[in-house]
Design a protein around this ligand. Structure first.
Ligand SMILES: Cc1ncc(COP(=O)(O)O)c(C=O)c1O
Length: 382
């Protein structure tokens, strides 16, 4: 007899991401759906990893992360956000941003707690909340600018609210939080027990001269926050799965208790390499303009199509509307685009917990120029 188990995530099945990827492969489509670059990562960083391995940095490093890397991150934060973060007590390296988010949620959630989540949302949030026995309270970002309705946040806060999750620059829409949003967040959380989890995996990938409103800039908010980052995303090496979390000492102490018995320590040679790479400021200061060029190029090319852009100010993504081209639902339209035009995208409805149809698709422009050009050539025919 096969033993039975009770699924911890009974509602999770095959996601649209898997569906679209296999459809893309089946139809030899250009894949602008998945959020990873198809261009090479920094040669300098690759060389540094090779050197670290040859120099023998191949064993477990410190549980909280290779100390010189934590110091380099702390220096970077002081330079960018004028805030002093203690590398010994406030920074922990993690195997990717998703793990950092998951660990933060696991650190603080008790059964029946509520977590405010804005949707469309990165797909790991809800399962990570539910696996911890807590409940996601969904609030829709306002269409079409995907801004937060703070009045609604106020209305949805209850005695059970444990944390609010924010994400800027935002996946899937490329919207970014403003100083006014931060003020609202401060007003809502002040003198409460509510914590903040801030997903900043696209930290440097911000455009048009906008300033990233990192929680790290605001010591009073950092006091109640876990701030999560991903090296994979910003340095164009998503397969590295390396990131980190920053929090106040009292929160980080608890975070590390979970981390210690989960992955314990992360990839050593890559941490050694990054500690050296971060010494050169241009290595992170140029990331935004590098990606903005791609966004601009893609947006210009897309003017030749009947798809209409919604503004994006950061991340790897831009949302386009097909209103006026078809009345189909997003999933059907995205599937047809893959099958008939040979371009794979992700329907934005995939990032909502319930049925949604704004007739918009997410395109990833973190691709080679030639990939973007070939895709648009196909989309012109639409
Ligand atoms: C908003 C957001 N958070 C977190 C992640 C995960 O980052 P990592 O690959 O480092 O786990 C992603 C990746 O797509 C993302 O889009």
């Amino acid at each position: 007899m096969q033993p039975t188990i009770h699924s911890k995530l009974p509602n999770v099945g095959t996601t649209i991401f898997t569906v679209m990827s296999s459809l893309a492969a089946q139809h030899n489509a250009i894949n602008l759906g998945q959020g990873f670059p198809d261009y090479p990562m920094s040669e300098e960083l690759t060389e540094l990893v090779n050197r670290a391995m040859k120099d023998g940095f191949n064993q477990y490093t410190h549980m909280n992360g290779y100390p010189p890397l934590r110091e380099a991150i702390s220096e970077k934060i002081e330079y960018l956000y004028q805030n002093k973060i203690n590398p010994d007590t406030q920074i922990t390296m993690t195997p990717g941003g998703t793990y950092a988010l998951y660990t933060a949620l696991t650190t603080i959630l008790q059964a029946e707690d509520e977590v405010i989540v804005f949707e469309p949302a990165y797909d790991s949030y809800i399962p990570a909340i539910e696996v911890n026995g807590a409940k996601a309270i969904m609030i829709e970002l306002q269409f079409t600018d995907y801004s937060i309705n703070w009045e609604e946040v106020r209305n949805k806060i209850s005695e059970k609210t444990r944390t609010i999750m924010i994400n800027s620059p935002h996946n899937p829409t490329g919207s970014v939080l403003s100083e006014t949003d931060i003020e609202q967040l401060r007003a809502i959380t002040k003198d409460t027990n509510i914590l903040i989890i801030s997903d900043e995996v696209y930290e440097q990938l911000i455009f048009d001269g906008k300033q990233h409103q990192s929680i790290l800039k605001y010591p009073d908010l950092l006091e109640r926050s876990f701030v999560c980052f991903s090296f994979g995303k910003v340095y164009h090496c998503t397969g590295w799965k390396l990131g980190y979390c920053i929090a106040s000492e009292y929160l980080m102490k608890e975070f590390r208790k979970i981390h210690q018995f989960n992955c314990f320590t992360c990839d050593t040679p890559k941490q050694v390499a990054l500690s050296q790479f971060l010494q050169k400021r241009e290595n992170y200061l140029e990331l935004g303009s590098f990606l903005q060029k791609k966004r601009d190029h893609f947006q210009n090319l897309m003017q030749q199509t009947r798809l209409r852009p919604l503004p994006t100010f950061g991340s790897y993504f831009q949302v386009y509307s097909y209103e006026g081209i078809s009345d189909e639902g997003e999933k059907d339209f995205a599937k047809r685009l893959t099958q008939e035009q040979g371009v794979a995208t992700i329907p934005v409805s995939a990032f909502y917990s319930s049925e949604k149809n704004n007739q918009v698709l997410r395109f990833c422009f973190a691709k080679k120029e030639s990939t973007l050009e070939a895709a648009v050539e196909r989309l012109i025919k639409l």
